[in-house]
Design a protein around this ligand. Structure first.
Ligand code: UGA
Length: 469
C-alpha cells in the first residue's frame, strides 16, 4: 500500500480499535452493564454523528427528523452528508438494531429516557440566534410526554446562555404534569473529523442542576472515558460560544500577524511554530489563510457579540476578530489584482469550494465567497473541489459565469492564475509539472499555505502565500 492509501487504512483501523475498546469497556463495567435508551431530535451533523457514535458504544438510539426523505435514506444506510467514517458507522448500527430513524417525535420521546435536542439554531439578520426550531421542539416534547414519564431533555445545539431555562419553562407551560430536567451538553465536534472527535472527545460538558439528570448523563458518556466537567446550565451554554469565539480569535490573531509578516518579510508559518511551541498557547488553530468560514465560527462569533450586547456588556474584542477575518480575504484579492492588473476576462482557476477539507459542506465557505468576488470583477473562473461541487450546484451558490471542472488539472487549463482556497490533501499531491504545463501563465496564489514556496518557485511558479516571503 502506498502513501495516502496506507495512511487512510491505518486511520480506519485506529477508529475501529477505539470503538471496539469503548464497547468492551461498556460491557465489562458492572455499573453500566445495561445500555441506555436515547432519543435524538434532529439528524443534521451533530444529531446524526452523536446518534451513530452513541449506538456504536452500545446504546439504543432513535433519531427523529421531520424530513421523511432524509429518514428513509438514513434507514437504508445512505448518508446525506460526506463525513469520513460515518456511513459505515450508521450502516453497522442500523443493521445491529441499535440505531433507527423516524419522523415521529412521540416514538422518539417514548423510547429515550434522555432526549437530545440537536436542531439548527441559524443566525438572524442582526446576528442574534433564531431559536424557532428549539422552541418548536420544546412544545412538541411537551405534547407527547406522558404523565409519570421522567425525561432528561438535553440541549446539544449551540444556543445562547439562558436557553435551557426557557426550554424548561416552555415544556412546563404546555404540559403541567411534565416530569423532567433540562441539561445543557454542548457538542465540540468538527466537520471532517466528527467521528473521531465524538468517539474521543477532549472533554464532556454537562450543565445540570439535578443530580438525577447528571448521573444519567454520566452513564451515557461512561464508555467514552473522557474527562467530564459538570457545571450549571448557564455556564455550559456559555462554554460553547466562548470556545468557538476563542478559536476564531486565535485564527484572526495569526491572520493579523500574517499581515505584519508580509510587511516585514517574516514567515508566519515559522512565527506560528515558534509561538505554538509554548504549551500555554499551542500550535492548533494558528494556521494563517483566507480566514475562518463554515456554519459555526462566523455565526457563533456574531451570536456571542449579540448575546453580550443584550446582557449590557459589549464584547468589542470579538468585533475586531470579525473585522480581521473580512480584511484577510481583501488582502488576498489585492495581491491577485496587483499581479493580474485587470481581472476582467482573465482565466482564473480555483481549487477548493468546501469551507475546509474532508467535508462537502459549502455553507459560508470563504472559497465560494472568493470565487464570487472574482466573478463579480469579470474573471472567468473554473473551479474544482473533491467533494463540494454537488452541494455548491444544488444550493446555487456560485455566480452563473463560474464553470466547474472534473479534475484539478482540467481546472487550470489555459488559466492565467491558480488560487488555492481549501487545503485538501489531494491538492498537495498534484503533478505540478503537468499543472504548470496546462496553465497559460504560472501564477500561484496559495490561500492556505498548503504548498512549499521553495519547491513551487523551483518548478517555475510565481508563488504567493499568506504571510510568507
Ligand atoms: C468548529 C469547532 O472547531 C468545533 O469544536 C465546534 O464543535 C464546531 O465548530 C461547531 O460549533 O459545531 P468546524 O466549523 O467544523 O468546527 O471547523 P473548524 O475545523 O473549527 O474550522 C472552522 C474554520 O476555521 C474553517 O473555515 C477553517 O478553514 C478555519 N481555520 C481553522 C483557519 O483558518 N485556521 C486554522 O488554524 C484553523
Amino acid at each position: 500500500m502506498r502513501g495516502w492509501a496506507r495512511f487512510f487504512f491505518f486511520e480506519a483501523c485506529a477508529w475501529e480499535l477505539l470503538a471496539f475498546r469503548a464497547r468492551v469497556r461498556f460491557k465489562r463495567n458492572p455499573l453500566f452493564n445495561s445500555f441506555m435508551e436515547l432519543c435524538i431530535i434532529g439528524s443534521g451533523y451533530v444529531g446524526l454523528v452523536s446518534g451513530a457514535c452513541f449506538a456504536e458504544v452500545g446504546h439504543h438510539v432513535v433519531c427523529v427528523d421531520n424530513d421523511q426523505r432524509k429518514v428513509d435514506m438514513l434507514q437504508r444506510g445512505e448518508i446525506p452528508i460526506y463525513e469520513p467514517g460515518l456511513e459505515e458507522l450508521v450502516q453497522r448500527n442500523v443493521a445491529a438494531k441499535r440505531l433507527r430513524f423516524t419522523n415521529s417525535i412521540a416514538e422518539g420521546v417514548d423510547h429515550g429516557q434522555i432526549v437530545f435536542i440537536a436542531v439548527p439554531t441559524p443566525p438572524q439578520a442582526d446576528g442574534s440566534v433564531d431559536l424557532t426550531y428549539i422552541e418548536r421542539v420544546a412544545r412538541e416534547i411537551a405534547g407527547v410526554l406522558k404523565p409519570g414519564q421522567y425525561r432528561v431533555v438535553v440541549d446539544k445545539s449551540t444556543v445562547p446562555v439562558k436557553t435551557g431555562e426557557k426550554v424548561e419553562a416552555t415544556i412546563r407551560r404546555y404540559n403541567h404534569s411534565a416530569e423532567l430536567d433540562v441539561v445543557s451538553n454542548p457538542e465540540f465536534l468538527r466537520e471532517g473529523c466528527a467521528v473521531p472527535d465524538l468517539m474521543h472527545p477532549d472533554r464532556i460538558v454537562i450543565g445540570s442542576s439535578s443530580q438525577r439528570a447528571t448521573d444519567l448523563m454520566k452513564r451515557v458518556y461512561e464508555p467514552f472515558q473522557a474527562p467530564i466537567l459538570v457545571t450549571d446550565v448557564n455556564s455550559a451554554e456559555l462554554i460553547k460560544h466562548a470556545a468557538n469565539s476563542f478559536l476564531s480569535l486565535k485564527i484572526s490573531y495569526i491572520n493579523a500577524v500574517s499581515a505584519i509578516c508580509e510587511a516585514s518579510g517574516a514567515d508566519v508559518e515559522m512565527v506560528a511554530d515558534g509561538i505554538g511551541m509554548d504549551k500555554r498557547i499551542g500550535r492548533n488553530f494558528l494556521n494563517a489563510g483566507l480566514g475562518y468560514g463554515g456554519s459555526c465560527f462566523p455565526k457563533d462569533v456574531k451570536a456571542f457579540i449579540a448575546i453580550a450586547e443584550e446582557l449590557g456588556v459589549p464584547f468589542h474584542l470579538l468585533k475586531e476578530v470579525e473585522r480581521i477575518n473580512i480584511s484577510q480575504m481583501e488582502r488576498f484579492l489585492k495581491k491577485v489584482r496587483e499581479a493580474l492588473w485587470v481581472l476582467r476576462d482573465k482565466r482564473v482557476a480555483v481549487w477548493g469550494l468546501s469551507f475546509k477539507p474532508d467535508t462537502d459542506d459549502v455553507r459560508n465557505s470563504v472559497a465560494i465567497e472568493l470565487i464570487n468576488k472574482l466573478a463579480a470583477e469579470g474573471a472567468l473562473v473554473t473551479a474544482y473541489d473533491p467533494k463540494g461541487m454537488g452541494k455548491a450546484l444544488e444550493y446555487k451558490l456560485l455566480a452563473p459565469t463560474v464553470r466547474l471542472a472534473s479534475s484539478p488539472v482540467e481546472a487550470v487549463a489555459g488559466a492565467e492564475a491558480l488560487l488555492l482556497a481549501t487545503e485538501w490533501k489531494e491538492f498537495a499531491c498534484q503533478d505540478f509539472a503537468a499543472v504548470k504545463a496546462a496553465m497559460h501563465t504560472p501564477l500561484l496564489f496559495d490561500g492556505r499555505n498548503l504548498l512549499n514556496p521553495g519547491t513551487m518557485r523551483g518548478m517555475g511558479f510565481v508563488y504567493y502565500g499568506v504571510g510568507r516571503p
